[in-house]
Design a protein around this ligand. Structure first.
Ligand code: PLP
Length: 395
C-alpha cells in the first residue's frame, strides 16, 4: 500500500535514536540484568494525593468528554503556575491543555509553521523536534552548541542563521540533553532577536522545576514577548507523571483559539480524571516533589564525580534537567560505537550524543531519572568497560 509523503519526514535520525533504549528495556522487563540509563522517565511514583484525586474523580463519574483545550479549573491552575514561574500575568484563555508537552509542541508547530518555513534551533536538541518540524513541512535550521562553551547558546550565531523563511526560534531550557540552563542575558538577547525579526519564540520548559544551580527563566518574561511566545510544559518530569500524558501551551489567546480548533479534530479533549488530578498536582503542595529534586541533585553530584574518576571521560555538571553528558572524545571512538559496545559488553544502555545532533559528537547522555543503585552500578560497569578499552587499544 502507498503511504503519505509525511511518513518519510517523520522517520529521521531522531526516531532511530531510541532503538538501543527499547531493546534494553525489553530485556530488563524479562528479568535480564540490564541497566537502563537511557530515558528521562522518573523512577519515582506520582505523589499520592494526585493519584487519589484521579481515583476519586473516576469514582465520581467523571467519564465523559471535556472541552477541547481543557477544563476551566485546570487552565486556570496552569495560568497561575505560569505566573509563579515567569512573573507574567496569564489567564485561562492563554492556556491549552494537551496530551503531554510533546502534543503541545506539535499543536504549536502545526499552528505557526507551514510548508517551507524554517525554525532556528540550537543543536544538540531533543530528538523529536525533527519529526515535529517534518510533520509541518518545515525545516529545522540548527545552530551548533559547543561543549567548550558549556553548550550555551550564542545569540549572535542564532541571529546569523535567520533568513527570509525563518518563522520561529525553538529553545529548550533547562536543556535536554546537555543540562545547560540559559541565563538572563542570553534570554534577553534571544527575546530581542525574536522581536527584531518577527519570530515566534517556542520555549520548551518541561524541566523548568528541575534546576540545581541556576534558576529557570522563561523568555516570555521579557517585554513584548508574551504576544509572540508559546511556552510549552507538562507534569511529566516535575511531578513524575510521564504516563499521564498531561501537558500544555501558554500563549496568546489567538494561538490558543487555533489550537482549540485543531484539538477538535485531533485530541478532542483530555480525560476528565487526568485533568482533575492535574488540578490537585498544581494547586497543592506535595512533599514528594522536594524529595525528588533533592534525589536528582544527589545523583547528579555522585554520577559526575564517578564519571570524572574514569580516565578518558569528563563531565560538565548539568545546571538543570535530568541528564548528564559525558565527554568520551579521548577514548578515540564515536559515541555510537561507545554506546553499542558498552551495551553489548556490560548490558548498560545510554544514548549517543550524536542522536541529538552532530554537536553531540563524542558525548553520551546518561539519565538521572534512574535509581541511585542503577546509576552507581552502571557507572562501575562503564569504568570496567573503559579500562578494558584501555588495555586493548591503549587509548
Ligand atoms: C525537552 C523535552 N521536551 C518535551 C518532552 C516531552 O515531554 P512530555 O512527556 O510531557 O510529552 C521531553 C521528554 O523527555 C523532553 O525531554
Amino acid at each position: 500500500m502507498k503511504y503519505a509523503p509525511l511518513v518519510k519526514r517523520i522517520a529521521g535520525e531522531g526516531a532511530r535514536a531510541w532503538e538501543i533504549h527499547y531493546a534494553a528495556q525489553r530485556r530488563r522487563d524479562t528479568g535480564e540484568d540490564v541497566i537502563v540509563l537511557s530515558v528521562g522517565d522518573p523512577d519515582f511514583s506520582t505523589p499520592a494525593a494526585i493519584v487519589d484525586a484521579a481515583i476519586d474523580s473516576l469514582r465520581r463519574g467523571r467519564h465523559h468528554y471535556t472541552p477541547s483545550v481543557g477544563i476551566p479549573e485546570l487552565r486556570d491552575a496552569v495560568a497561575r503556575n505560569h505566573q509563579r514561574i515567569t512573573g507574567q500575568s496569564a489567564s485561562a484563555d492563554n492556556v491549552a491543555i494537551l496530551a503531554g508537552a510533546q502534543s503541545a509542541l506539535m499543536a504549536v508547530a502545526l499552528c505557526v509553521l507551514g510548508d517551507g518555513d524554517e525554525v532556528i534551533v540550537p543543536e544538540p536538541m531533543y530528538v523529536t523536534y525533527e519529526g515535529v518540524a517534518g510533520v509541518c513541512g518545515a525545516r529545522l535550521v540548527s545552530v551548533a552548541l559547543r561543549p567548550e562553551d558549556g553548550f550555551q547558546v550564542d545569540p549572535g550565531r542564532i541571529e546569523a542563521a535567520i533568513g527570509p523563511n525563518s518563522r520561529a526560534l525553538l529553545i529548550n531550557t533547562p536543556h535536554n540533553p546537555t543540562g545547560a540552563v540559559l541565563g538572563h542575558a542570553v534570554l534577553e538577547e534571544l527575546a530581542a532577536i525574536c522581536r527584531r525579526h518577527d519570530l515566534w519564540m517556542i520555549s520548551d520548559e518541561v524541566y523548568a522545576d528541575i534546576t540545581y544551580d541556576t534558576p529557570h527563566i522563561s523568555p516570555c518574561s521579557f517585554p513584548a514577548m508574551a504576544e509572540r511566545s508559546a511556552i510549552i510544559s507538562s507534569l511529566s518530569k516535575s511531578h513524575a507523571m510521564t504516563g499521564w500524558r498531561l501537558g500544555w501551551v501558554v500563549g496568546p489567546t489567538q494561538l490558543i483559539e487555533h489550537i482549540d480548533t485543531l484539538s477538535s479534530s485531533t485530541l478532542y479533549g483530555s480525560p476528565p480524571f487526568i485533568q482533575d488530578a492535574a488540578v490537585v498536582a498544581l494547586n497543592k503542595n506535595h512533599s514528594e516533589l522536594a524529595h525528588m529534586k533533592a534525589a536528582y541533585r544527589a545523583r547528579r553530584d555522585r554520577l559526575c564525580a564517578d564519571l570524572q574518576a574514569i580516565e578518558g571521560v569528563s563531565v560538565r555538571q548539568p545546571e538543570g534537567g535530568l541528564f548528564v553528558m559525558a565527554d568520551i572524545r579521548p577514548l578515540g571512538m564515536t559515541s555510537q560505537e561507545f554506546v553499542q559496545a558498552l551495551y553489548e559488553s556490560e548490558n548498560v544502555s545510554v544514548l549517543s550524543g550524536e542522536a541529538f545532533g552532530p554537536s553531540g559528537v563524542g558525548h553520551v547522555r546518561i539519565s538521572l531519572a534512574s535509581s541511585e543503585t542503577d546509576l552507581i552500578e552502571g557507572c562501575q560497569r562503564m569504568a570496567r568497560f573503559v579500562a578494558g578499552l584501555k588495555e586493548r587499544q591503549g587509548f
